[in-house]
Design a protein around this ligand. Structure first.
Ligand code: KIV
Length: 276
């Protein structure tokens, strides 16, 4: 298959109504993170339905231990690069910690700036009932919002690190209430992170919007992974992430060959040099 043809049939450009239609048809949605134009173009050509410019950029690209230090000023150039390189996928940008929690006005100011400066199709923010007013304000302003429930990395200090959420009857009910709240507020989809399979299945049944799971089992309407986990760029990846390649090892091998050939002067050879 050519690198420029989408393997999955579907709309020319994924729009917000295609997400709901996919759920209604029982067609799964595939989403990956992307933080730059190079990977965004590759994933878009592979037929990705959604690309997430995640605040995981903090851990993955900027070397932070969490997403908490990430700023709007860091998200915007990454989102702009991804949106520019994308022809088909629906591009979602994370609102980073501190950029929307104060209230609907702050969320609106941040999301309007992100929207105007990046060309993205939607934004994502964490929280259920606690973020419903923000989701409503953005939706009323014409900005599609993806919600994020279950393990929400921006609250990692409160949650005690990356732990499965929604275990126990109370937690399941809270999660269901949160899911209903974000749907009622106008969210177009909801990410469920690190939630038991049966709980994610129940949430998927009770809400009308697509659920996109990460560590939430196979019954969600779609799946999202951090691309470096999926591609095996690092030696460790979370248990819920299947490694579809070992690109880190391939890249290191290529870099080692390059070092060796520079050292022994076999690169550049005549083929990679210019005559006068
Ligand atoms: O920032 C991110 O990569 C995310 C995914 C974990 C869903 O929010």
């Amino acid at each position: 298959m050519s690198a420029h043809t989408s393997p999955t049939p579907g709309p020319k450009r994924v729009r917000v109504h295609h997400l709901a239609e996919a759920k209604a048809r029982g067609e799964k949605l595939a989403m990956l993170t992307a933080y730059d134009a190079v990977t965004a173009a590759i994933f878009d050509a592979a037929g990705m339905d959604l690309l997430l410019v995640g605040d995981s950029i903090g851990n993955v690209m900027h070397g932070h231990a969490s997403t908490i230090p990430v700023t709007v000023d860091e998200m915007i150039p990454a989102a702009r690069a991804v949106a520019r390189a994308t022809k088909r996928a629906f591009v979602v940008v994370d609102l980073p910690f501190g950029s929307y929690e104060v209230g609907p006005q702050q969320a609106l100011e941040t999301a309007v700036r992100v929207f105007k400066e990046t060309g993205a199709d939607g934004v994502k923010l964490e929280g259920g009932v606690r973020s419903a007013a923000q989701i409503r304000a953005l939706t009323d302003a014409g900005i599609p919002v993806v919600a994020h429930l279950g393990y929400t990395p921006q609250s990692e200090n409160l949650l005690g690190g990356p732990r499965v959420q929604g275990r126990g009857d109370d937690a399941v009910e809270r999660l269901a209430t949160d899911a209903q709240a974000v749907e009622d507020a106008g969210a177009v989809a909801v990410v469920l992170e690190m939630v038991p399979t049966d709980v994610a299945a129940r949430i998927t049944e009770i809400v009308g919007i697509p659920t996109i799971g990460i560590g939430a089992g196979p019954h969600c309407d779609g799946q999202v992974l951090v691309w470096t986990d999926m591609a095996g760029m690092t030696s460790w990846s979370p248990r819920f992430a299947r490694r579809y390649a070992e690109l880190g090892a391939v890249l290191q091998g290529a870099a080692e060959d390059y070092v060796a050939e520079v050292k022994d002067s076999s690169f550049p050879d005549a083929e990679h040099s210019f005559d006068k």
